[in-house]
Design a protein around this ligand. Structure first.
Ligand code: F6R
Length: 232
């Protein structure tokens, strides 16, 4: 999965060196980023003109907190390739004024000219970014209350569940859907049910990722375990 995904991202960078990549954090893309670093080290990829916009950030975590997504991106990708940090963008988790931060981040993505290729992982509850199941789809950047299931799923990265932030800033579904291309990566049996619902179930904000069925250019790269519940 990671190698296939990295190849698709590499193709994007090679065909448009100054492309805008939408990036994700979490366990799923770690192998993909590792492979991209290897390609860079082999002299096959150049990130010097690449611009990035991350999906989300925990609200309240400063950049130097080792669980912030800012920290994650530096550790797993940015510090190991020749990307210019000023060309990377992540919501600012320490901005207390949610309205201000959401409109700032919407403007960041707009000023970049939109996203060429958006990388997505899939939450166990069907979230993309941190757009949690809801009764409506939200267009722009929003400040969300994380669901208990998300806090539970992400506690593995923290010392204690009480340390998992309760809120996050996330790109909205409308922004994700306006990316020219989307690459959804999914692995493991634990995501098999939600992946089947995402691809074959009804399009509903109760499964936020199901909206991807409406996007004209989505590639899904998944391992066999994640695909094990697909209808025959
Ligand atoms: C992370 C993000 C989330 C994750 C999802 C899956 O930036 O936007 O939607 O992609 O929670 O997380 P993992 O990969 O840890 O299973």
């Amino acid at each position: 999965m990671s190698r296939q995904a990295a190849n698709i991202i590499a193709a994007q960078i090679i065909t448009k060196p100054d492309c805008v990549l939408g990036l994700a954090t979490g366990s799923t893309p770690i192998g993909t980023y590792k492979r991209l670093i290897e390609m860079y080290q082999a002299g096959d990829l150049d990130f010097s003109e690449v611009k990035t916009a991350n999906l989300d950030e925990y609200r309240g975590l400063p950049r130097d907190n080792d669980q912030s997504y800012y920290y994650f991106m530096n550790q797993h990708l940015f510090q190991s390739v020749n990307i210019h940090l000023e060309n990377t963008n992540i919501p600012n988790g320490t901005e207390p004024d949610a309205e201000k931060e959401c409109s700032r981040y919407d403007k960041v993505v707009k000023d970049l000219g939109g996203v060429d290729l958006q990388l997505l992982g899939l939450g166990h509850n069907g979230h993309i970014g941190f757009n949690e199941p809801s009764d409506h789809f939200v267009k722009g950047t929003q400040c969300v209350d994380l669901q208990e299931s998300t806090i539970e799923a992400n506690k593995r990265f923290f010392e204690d569940i009480s340390m998992v932030p309760r809120q996050a800033y996330t790109m909205g579904i409308g922004t994700i859907m306006s990316a020219k291309k989307i690459l959804l990566i999914v692995n493991g049996e634990g995501k098999a049910d939600i992946l089947a619902k995402t691809i074959c179930g009804p399009i509903t904000p109760k499964v936020p990722a199901s909206i991807l069925q409406m996007h004209p250019d989505v590639t899904i790269v998944a391992d066999e375990a994640a695909l094990s519940k697909m209808p025959k």
